[in-house]
Design a protein around this ligand. Structure first.
Ligand SMILES: Cc1ncc(COP(=O)(O)O)c(C=O)c1O
Length: 355
């Protein structure tokens, strides 16, 4: 018998399964390294940090700044932060798991790591497949989520890797139909879609929103994400976190980001403009279908050429993501909107491929 949980024998350790190339367009990161632009603010803050001490005050300042950013009349009690949205999702799963039959419900295809984290904490996971146009059946979702063993229903909005936003009314119908179930809306790409359920939190005590600083705030390497929910839910979730789980350095950097929001607003505007530009240029290329997106990435269907194009891009030092594992996205690649130079190189490589 193993000294570890027996179901771990079937799992693999997490790894980043992408090519590392000069033009990284595979992980939906930002091409802006924010450090040079907010360096002074960060260094000023660092000089006041006492690394030898456990902390409390820094946290209070961050809570205030973050609640101001979130707005919607919410307060510090509505917030919980962690080392990336991933860390928040992981701990939500820890907090809801009741027994060996407990499961999470997700759409498919959706964010791959819902499955990774669910299995890591001993939670099962079930899926409802998206339809051909990337929408899904409301009643079928509610029916699956109504199973007493379903402990959390997750909706990624906009959805990764399809890029689409779901109809607001549809998600509201689901949230309303499941008052006794935790419903998580993953708003990791919120700053690109501007669609949020933050104004619904007061009406729906079962709702938790998850957000990230990895995308719009150009800080994937920093690891900062947060949950927004009722003070009661936040209190429950806090019970499964350790006391000092977010480094004082991360906290200082996040405060510097929030102090310099203009830098990121400009970057987001650039990404949105580049996204529309790329979409138009890709639509003109034969042999591919490009799907509309409310995120910082585009998903393309390249038919039978998808694997060859993926390799060809790699040879041209361009890394994109092969998202073709789910049948709904068969032959699809996902490309992150990057700086104009990377985006042009990507389009040029595609054009060269088709001669
Ligand atoms: C939908 C979705 N949720 C969560 C995450 C994880 O974000 P973080 O870097 O904040 O952990 C990602 C990252 O790609 C994502 O696409």
């Amino acid at each position: 018998m193993s000294i570890f949980r027996s179901d771990l024998a079937e799992l693999k350790a997490a790894q980043v399964n992408v090519p590392f190339k000069k033009r990284m367009m595979c992980l939906n990161e930002s091409c802006l390294d924010p450090f040079p632009q907010i360096r002074n603010s960060f260094i000023n803050r660092m000089e006041k940090v006492h690394l030898n001490r456990y902390f409390s005050d820094g946290s209070a300042e961050l809570r205030k700044a973050l609640s101001t950013y979130v707005g919607a009349g919410l307060s510090e009690e509505n917030l919980l932060w962690g080392n990336g949205a991933d860390d928040i999702l992981y701990h939500i799963f820890v907090a809801v798991r009741e027994n060996d039959q407990s499961f999470a419900l997700s759409l498919a295809p959706s964010y791959f790591d819902y499955k990774t984290f669910a299995l890591a904490v001993g939670l099962k996971i079930r899926f409802l497949d998206l339809q051909e146009d990337f929408s899904f059946d409301t009643e079928a979702y509610i029916q699956k989520a109504s199973d007493p063993n379903c402990r959390v229903a997750i909706l990624c909005n906009p959805n990764n890797p399809t890029g689409n936003l779901f109809a607001r009314e549809q998600l509201l119908t689901i949230i309303q139909a499941l008052p006794d179930k935790l419903v998580v809306v993953d708003e990791t790409y919120f700053e690109f879609s501007r669609a949020s359920f933050v104004n619904e939190l007061e009406r729906h005590p079962n709702l938790v929103l998850v957000r990230s600083f990895s995308k719009a705030f150009s800080s994937a390497g920093l690891r900062f994400g947060y949950a927004i929910s009722s003070p009661e839910n936040i209190q429950e979730l806090k019970k499964v976190f350790s006391t000092f789980h977010l480094s004082i350095l991360t906290q200082s950097f996040v405060l510097s980001i929030l102090e310099n929001q203009q830098v990121f607003a400009e970057q987001i505007a650039m990404v949105l403009k580049q996204r529309e530009d790329m979409l138009k240029r890709l639509e003109k290329l034969p042999s591919l279908i490009v799907y509309p997106s409310a995120t910082n990435f585009l998903t393309l269907n390249l038919g039978d050429c998808s694997k060859v194009v993926f390799d060809n891009l790699k040879e041209n030092e361009i890394a994109v993501r092969d998202v073709g594992a789910h049948p709904r996205l068969r032959n699809c690649l996902r490309v992150t909107i990057s700086c104009p130079e990377d985006n042009n190189a990507f389009i040029d490589a595609l054009k060269a491929f088709w001669g």
